[in-house]
Design a protein around this ligand. Structure first.
Ligand code: ASP
Ligand code: MG
Length: 440
């Protein structure tokens, strides 16, 4: 079994959806196709929910009508036979009727999750109708029947595995399945989701649950690149990455892959491939247990970082100091990304400022506390970079004109991270592209 996930832009236009139908009908191996919502839809659904949360029904109605108009055109371009076009129009009508009914009832968070689910429900039903028009045999599997999160809102993997495999057994002989990414049920049985960008996570969970031969993530770029193509002029795709390298790159800002989506595939050793719908022959990036080669592979940047420094002479020769500091962050469920220490000070970074005021207040008894906002973590990721002799030298040579605030090295053998003011991010990525990767 092979899992193929297509993102919003890969299904965002009728001709793209038709192209996806071609991609999934090559080869003999059975496939589970996981789809996102059409590009722009989830954003529109979020704004409908936001308008309703503010009680602005008029704005919500306007946005619903705008989205409905988009789907009206889409469905007419996608489906050409009378019977399937009627079916497609009925699908659109059903989902927009639902959104319009929500306008009339009192809004709550559970209802918001129902709103957010409409995008994937529509994209998969429309795609299934297109396959039907083309006479392509398949089964549409509702993700809400098997995709589940637990009381901590984390995927309940064992339940997903058991339920999905049971459903697949009911369809013995079928070779093609289509299902929704992103959406799931929570521990209360309500409709929920795996958070924005979560379709990659769905695909990886499904691939792990069925022990797929490969989990293909199809987007509109030919794999993970060595640097951010929006910022530097020349980038190149990275052919092979280990799961650890990919997880670090995704976590530290590479937009192509959702950071959480690595672990399920890694757990079941399912290779993940990042492929390009527009250029299906391109090799893309393969992610397996094997890093393929040693040395630096790519650099990624994560914005919105806050650096917090706690300075105290009481830290000198004291033990238990770090624990007390970390406990403050734990109490406020705030994850720490980077840590550096000296004998009298410790600096940490966080990316979530929801509880910043409380955290700073509770740190005060430990020493002088300073918080710097608008920082960016730039991570250089590779295999055994600690062993690659000149990486550190090249890194520091390249960044001599950048005010580096923190450096983290040695935490793993595949990452060096530096913290720079966000105003220096572009410059940092450009300098590293030249100094470390030898590209312009
Ligand atoms: N449609 C959802 C989003 O835009 C999930 C996804 O595309 O991965 O966040
Ligand atoms: Mg995505």
């Amino acid at each position: 079994m092979k899992v193929m996930k297509f993102g919003g832009t890969s299904v965002g236009k009728p001709e793209r959806m038709q192209q996806v139908a071609k991609l999934i009908t090559t080869g003999e191996e059975p496939k589970i196709v996981v789809l996102s919502a059409l590009s722009g839809t989830t954003n529109a659904l979020v704004s409908i929910g936001d308008a309703l949360a503010k009680g602005d029904k008029q704005l919500a109605k306007q946005k619903i009508d705008g989205l409905a108009a988009h789907y009206d055109v889409f469905v007419k371009d996608l489906l050409k036979k009378d019977a399937t076009l009627k079916k497609g129009e009925a699908i659109i009508a059903e989902h927009f009727d639902f959104l319009n009914i929500i306008l009339k009832i009192s809004f709550n968070e559970a209802l918001n999750k129902d709103i957010l689910a409409q995008g994937e429900l529509m994209s998969t039903k429309l795609f299934s109708t297109y396959l039907e028009e083309k006479g392509i045999d398949h089964a549409l599997l509702p993700a809400l029947d098997f995709m589940q999160i637990d009381t901590n809102d984390e995927p309940y993997f064992d339940a997903i595995r058991v339920k999905l495999n049971r459903i697949l057994q009911l369809h013995a002989g079928k070779k093609l399945f289509v299902t929704q990414g992103y959406i799931c049920r929570n521990s209360k049985g309500e409709v929920d989701n795996l958070k924005r960008g979560g379709s990659d996570y769905s695909a990886s969970l499904i691939a792990a649950a069925v022990k797929a031969s490969v989990c293909e993530i199809w987007t509109d770029i030919d794999g993970m690149h060595n640097n951010d193509p929006r910022i530097v002029a020349t980038t190149k795709p990275v052919v092979q990455l280990s799961f650890e390298e990919a997880a670090e790159l995704a976590y530290f800002g590479a937009k192509i892959l959702h950071p959480t989506c690595i672990w399920p595939a890694q757990q079941e050793k399912v290779p993940v491939k990042l492929l390009n719908t527009m250029q299906p022959e391109a090799p893309g990036t393969t992610i397996t247990e094997d890093a393929g080669s040693e040395g630096v592979k790519a650099v990624a940047a994560k914005d919105g970082i806050i650096a917090i420094k706690i300075k105290s002479s009481r830290m000198l020769l004291a033990y238990g100091f770090l624990r007390k500091i970390f406990e403050v962050f734990e109490k406020y469920k705030t994850a720490i990304d980077m840590v550096t220490t000296s004998e009298v000070a410790v600096s940490v970074t966080i990316d979530n400022d929801a509880h910043l005021t409380h955290i700073l207040k509770e740190l005060e008894p430990f020493g002088t506390v300073v918080a710097d906002k608008d920082q960016t973590i730039v991570s250089i990721v590779g295999n055994q970079i600690a062993k690659t002799p000149d990486v550190l030298m090249k890194l520091f040579d390249s960044l001599s004109a950048v005010p580096v605030r923190m450096v983290s090295y040695g935490g793993s053998s595949h990452n060096i991270s530096v913290l720079v003011p966000s105003a220096f991010k572009t410059k940092t990525l450009q300098l590293l592209n030249k100094g470390v990767f030898g590209l312009e």
